[in-house]
Design a binder for this molecule. Structure first.
Ligand code: F6P
Length: 362
């Protein structure tokens, strides 16, 4: 048994993401196999530190068979910020700071370092804990791929496969009925899933938060395709794409359609072109199910590297992918800067060169 017998904790926060279980498995197995440590699974975000009875030891047996499983065996929440935790008291929601309690319970559980897997919000919390003195290492996760400090996050590739398959399926039905099909994919801040799936699935129009568009220009693209003999169109839109203030006739969109970007665009196109339009909102299908081989491998490399950092006591850092290698950056450097699609990037140049419209007039 190695001399440095330690206990580490692992938790994940925010929305789930294909590959979370692969990270957890990698953390548990490498901590036990390489170092002989004990690993505590902290359940439901940081809740397992607020209520330590929710936490439990993870062994190689607990993580057997989870590599290919979607979701997370730890459970998760995106309403569990321990620094500002919502609690109902006398019928009112009040916000409490449970951070000190988390620090105390971490000691009580004998945990001397935490591996925290999360997107920007969770990593922000991890950084706040680091400032309080918690030994913490972060692992980036989000299907949106919008974390600046890493080339790619695990979960993105799986979501991309799901979105691309959806476009492929919409293609055949759109073509048969000569319809306009609109697919809304996830991506609140950034259009990575829409851009990549739109390119891979041969979309005619791709609408992303980074490029302002008008309904008129979208309709013109559809008309151009029709004039060239293609009687159907496929539009992929990121959920965070910003609706223009007016439809193609200059009328404001009905307020009911705000926040439902694909439905609003569908309404606008139908009104202006009188075309048969159908809308699909892909939603959480993109987050569920088994991770792709790429995501399983990236997540595994991240998990092992996070344990390596703990072994070297390099805390306050987040693992990341940099030029194909697993590296790390400080948590402070990793948070708060969303990685947006650069409208001048070569993916967009390639798409435009093939006649794809982004709903703008470049
Ligand atoms: O950040 C990941 C993400 O899937 C976004 O793409 C999406 O807007 C959001 O989470 C959905 O969150 P929820 O599961 O809380 O509806």
């Amino acid at each position: 048994m190695p001399a440095d017998k330690r206990t580490i904790g692992v938790c994940n926060g925010g929305g789930d993401c294909p590959g979370l279980n692969a990270v957890i498995r990698a953390v548990v197995r490498s901590a036990i196999i390489v170092h002989g440590w004990t690993v505590i699974g902290v359940k439901n975000g940081f809740n397992g530190l607020i209520w330590p009875e929710q936490s439990e030891e993870l062994t190689t047996a607990s993580v057997r068979g989870i590599l290919a499983q979607g979701g997370t065996i730890l459970g998760t929440t995106n309403r569990g910020n321990p620094f500002n935790y919502p609690v109902v008291e006398n019928g009112q929601t009040v916000f409490k700071d449970f951070s000190g309690r988390c620090m105390d319970n971490m000691s009580r559980l004998g945990i001397d370092a935490m591996v925290v897997i999360g997107g920007d919000g969770t990593l922000h919390i991890a950084n706040e804990f680091a400032e309080l003195g918690m030994n913490v290492v972060g692992v980036p996760k989000t299907i949106d791929n919008d974390l600046a400090a890493t080339e790619v996050t695990f979960g993105f590739d799986t979501a991309l496969h799901v979105a691309t398959e959806a476009i492929d399926r919409l293609h055949t039905t759109a073509e048969s009925h000569h319809r306009v099909m609109i697919l809304e994919v996830m991506g609140r801040e950034a259009g990575w899933i829409a851009l990549h799936s739109g390119l891979a699935g041969e979309a005619d129009v791709i609408l992303i938060p980074e490029i302002p568009f008008t309904i008129e220009t979208v309709c013109e693209a559809i008309q151009r395709h029709e004039a060239a003999g293609r009687l159907f169109s496929l539009i992929v839109v990121a959920e965070g794409a910003k609706l223009p203030p007016h439809d193609a006739r200059g009328n404001p969109f009905p307020t009911a359609l705000q926040g439902q970007v694909a439905n609003a665009i569908g309404w606008g196109v139908r009104e202006y072109l009188g075309k048969d339009v159908r809308v699909t909102v892909l939603g959480h299908v993109q987050r569920g199910g088994s991770p792709s081989p790429f995501d399983r491998i990236l997540a595994t490399r991240f998990g092992v590297h996070a344990v390596d950092l703990v072994a070297k006591r390099q805390y306050g850092r987040m693992v990341c992918l940099c030029a194909g290698r697993i590296e790390s950056v400080t948590l402070a450097h990793a948070i708060g800067v969303p990685k947006l699609v650069d409208p001048a990037c070569d993916h967009i140049h390639a798409a435009r060169s093939l006649g794809v419209s982004f709903g703008d007039r470049p």
